[in-house]
Design a protein around this ligand. Structure first.
Ligand SMILES: Cc1cc2nc3c(=O)[nH]c(=O)nc-3n(C[C@H](O)[C@H](O)[C@H](O)COP(=O)(O)O)c2cc1C
Length: 178
């Protein structure tokens, strides 16, 4: 989790994954995300960490997820700030989240960035294009109306469904276009 708006999406994803005992989630929270957690939810950082299988300190660059030898199905950065997009696009692995993303790309694993900012500058767009060309899935949390959301929770669930789709996981209540 990094410091963009969209903490409820990360919480929704962790809750969805917690229902699946055959999946592990390994969580890193940036300092920016700690700030947005305070603004966007009534949950504490510790309560959010309790939803994950394992948590790591941002500075723990020797953690298991910093190595390609630690096997994963991939990584989701949700929400993903433009600073973190830039760090990943430029291979600037200055904290554990950035290093884990760098490892995910170098190992050819799935990397999903729920990148959020508006409006987007040419710098933001350029970094995202670079990443998309390297096979990274850029998944901005954009509003959808065709699924007739009745609440913000419905919109959040829709984005969570889009994220889990990348891993062939079916999110409860995700409405597909028929
Ligand atoms: C309440 C709040 C909301 C923010 N929303 C965004 C956002 O949507 N997108 C973004 O790129 N940065 C946003 N920022 C700024 C980032 O948190 C800031 O650039 C931070 O340094 C990102 O660092 P990190 O990627 O290591 O978390 C927000 C900051 C705050 C305090």
């Amino acid at each position: 989790m990094s410091g963009a708006s969209g903490i409820p999406i990360a919480v929704g994803l962790l809750k969805e994954m917690k229902k699946r005992p055959d999946w592990e989630t390994h969580l890193v929270i940036t300092n920016g995300a700690q700030k947005t957690i305070e603004q966007e939810t009534s949950l504490s950082g510790m309560e959010i960490e309790a939803l994950a299988t394992k948590c790591y300190s941002l500075n723990d660059i020797g953690a298991s997820i910093a190595s390609g030898t630690f096997r994963t199905e991939g990584m989701v950065v949700v929400p993903c700030s433009m600073k973190t997009v830039s760090g990943i696009a430029n291979g600037f692995s200055q904290n554990l989240l950035l290093r884990a993303a760098d490892v995910t790309i170098k190992e050819g694993r799935k990397l999903v960035l729920v990148a959020r900012e508006t409006p987007l500058s040419p710098i933001h767009l350029g970094n995202m294009l670079t990443l998309a060309r390297h096979g990274v899935r850029i998944l901005p949390p954009m509003l959808t109306y065709y699924n007739k959301p009745a609440s913000i929770d419905d919109m959040t669930r829709h984005i969570v469904g889009k994220i889990t789709d990348a891993f062939q996981i079916e999110t409860t209540g995700f409405q597909r276009w028929m």
